[in-house]
Design a protein around this ligand. Structure first.
Ligand SMILES: [Zn+2]
Length: 116
């Protein structure tokens, strides 16, 4: 289950960027995930729960929030961005085939919320 290693990577990133005192006050970790990132939010939540329970107990009071964003393509013909619906990679404006993805591959920490 590759979500486990993703969750570990998230905790490692937090540990690299925040002090121990700050890490004890993490209320929520907000992820930005695109549909092309190959991440299933429910599996991600399960992995988060398992890792917090067994390895990263300081995050027991923390929540994982997953914000999914739509796939956007940029059309080279009409120069517009449009949303890809049901994995049909066509320009939503002019209808030409378009696989020039500008959003949808994301898997990143958007924000970390701390308790006071
Ligand atoms: Zn177009």
């Amino acid at each position: 289950m590759h979500e486990i290693s993703l969750v570990r990577t998230i905790f490692r990133t937090l540990s690299d960027n925040f002090s121990a005192e700050e890490l004890d006050r993490v209320e929520a970790i907000v992820l930005k995930v695109g549909p092309l990132a190959n991440v299933e939010p429910i599996l991600m939540q399960n992995a988060f729960g398992a890792v917090v329970e067994e390895e990263e107990t300081r995050f027991r009071e923390s929540k994982l929030q997953i914000n999914t964003v739509p796939i956007l393509v940029h059309c080279p013909v009409c120069e517009q961005n449009s949303e890809v619906v049901q994995y049909r990679f066509v320009c939503g404006v002019c209808g030409k085939p378009c696989a020039n993805v500008v959003q949808g591959n994301e898997l990143l920490i958007e924000r970390v919320v701390f308790r006071d």
